[in-house]
Design a protein around this ligand. Structure first.
Ligand code: AMP
Ligand code: MG
Length: 397
């Protein structure tokens, strides 16, 4: 198969999953458990919001045409009550933020711009009609859809559910994601590896990446580098909503993952992408389940999950627009690379995200360097050199 560019591979994943996914099942959950979940319903306002015209400042409700000038204070209105009377020309009502605007008033004068004496308030400034007033229904009209199905609920989404009285929400069931590490050299974390063995770290990074992206990780036993054993574990993994394999997708004699997937009648969309880390990268579908064969080097597994598998998982979880946020930052030192591949290199972004420094590392297996990084530099495949201070894209970790 011809290798794809980073952009083409990402588009391939998104369009294949978007068209091939089944609608996820829906479940109803209480508001307390809704954070991070993907809405399966449109949320409509249950009333005009605000329900009455509200003041957005502490100050005085007035008629705009009465100021500048001195007005008689006829009462006060606080948040949580309504002023019973009507305001006439020459009058003001003291008002607190959030309180309903009294009938007859059409502007709020900020308390900071007033002085008060003997039951009168004075302001030297003019007022625009409607200033510091949120009219009834300006945020939402009763019945208006305020958040759409497919939105992942963040803290403001929770505030919205609470505002409109939704103590339960319909959300999409989280996709189950099978995680299969492969390799004869891999032992589990509680085991003591011989010098020629390594502990299974990919299952752990992937499980966290899956959970963060809204999936439920299921770590399966390590598949050994034989077709028979890998077939057994892959058969199990294909029962999930998404299967992630790490390792076994290079051209080595014992890299059996592709042939095993083919034996399940897999359709392959690509098996090589022009990126580093992560060139040998398999994406396809077998028995109705999408799968990724991620290269086994820890950096490759981490990066290829973030830039490809996360989008697939988000779509399977009912999200509509998988995003890959890659803001710009200034390089703290000059940078060179060989063109042809989009590179994702561990880096430290400073506290305000303005400046980025590449981290010294010893290649895709260097987990201590990866753990110190908080971002990846995203290096343009067509550009060989970046001077110090140049803007470069960054993928947050
Ligand atoms: P592979 O893609 O199978 O050729 O693996 C590439 C490298 O990644 C191997 O040298 C392994 O040391 C490493 N590796 C593979 N699987 C894992 C894993 N589950 N955890 C940590 N390192 C791994
Ligand atoms: Mg291997």
């Amino acid at each position: 198969m011809t290798p794809l560019t980073f952009t083409d591979a990402r588009e391939t994943v998104i369009s294949a999953v978007r068209t091939g996914r089944a609608t996820p099942a829906i479940e109803e959950i209480p508001l307390q458990l809704a954070a991070g979940r993907v809405l399966a319903m449109d949320v409509a306002a249950d009333r005009d919001t605000p329900a009455l015209a509200r003041s957005v400042r502490d100050g005085y409700a007035v008629r705009a045409s009465d100021v500048p000038g001195e007005l008689r204070v006829i009462g006060e209105v606080r948040a949580g009550e309504r002023y019973a009377g009507v305001l006439h020309a020459g009058e003001a009502v003291e008002i607190m933020t959030g309180a309903p605007v009294p009938e007859g008033a059409d502007a709020i004068v900020m308390v900071e711009h007033t002085s008060r004496a003997n039951g009168h308030v004075r302001t030297d400034r003019p007022a625009e009609p409607q200033q510091f007033i949120n009219p009834k229904g300006c945020e939402a009209r009763a019945g208006e859809v305020v958040l759409r199905a497919g939105t992942r609920l963040d803290y403001a989404g929770l505030a919205l559910l609470a505002t409109f009285g939704k103590s339960v929400a319909q959300v999409y069931r989280k996709p189950a994601v099978a995680i299969v590490a492969t390799g004869d050299e891999i032992v589990e974390v509680h085991e003591t590896p011989a010098e020629f063995q390594i502990r299974n770290s990919n299952a752990w990074s992937l499980a966290e990446q899956v959970a963060r992206a809204g999936g439920v990780p299921h770590i399966l036993p390590v598949a050994r580098d034989t077709a028979a054993h890998t077939r057994e574990i892959v058969g199990e993994g294909l029962k999930a909503d998404l299967l992630l394999l790490s390792g076994g997708v290079s051209a080595g004699k014992y890299d059996v993952v592709e042939e095993v997937l083919a034996s399940f009648g897999a359709e392959f969309y690509f098996d090589r992408v022009l990126i580093q880390p992560g060139q040998p990268l398999v994406f396809g579908r077998a028995a109705g389940t999408f799968f990724f064969g991620l290269p086994g080097n820890p950096a490759s597994t981490m990066v290829t999950f973030e830039i490809f598998a996360r989008a697939a998982l988000e779509l399977l979880g009912g999200s509509d627009e998988p995003s890959l946020y890659m803001p710009w930052a200034r390089l703290a030192r000059p940078f060179k690379h060989r063109t042809g591949l989009t590179r994702f290199l561990p880096a430290r972004l400073d506290a305000d995200g303005g400046q980025v420094t590449p981290i010294q590392w010893h290649g895709s297996g260097d987990i201590p360097s990866l753990a110190r990084a908080n971002a990846y530099l995203v290096v343009d495949p067509e550009r060989a050199e970046y001077p110090e201070g140049e803007l470069i894209r960054v993928l947050l970790k």
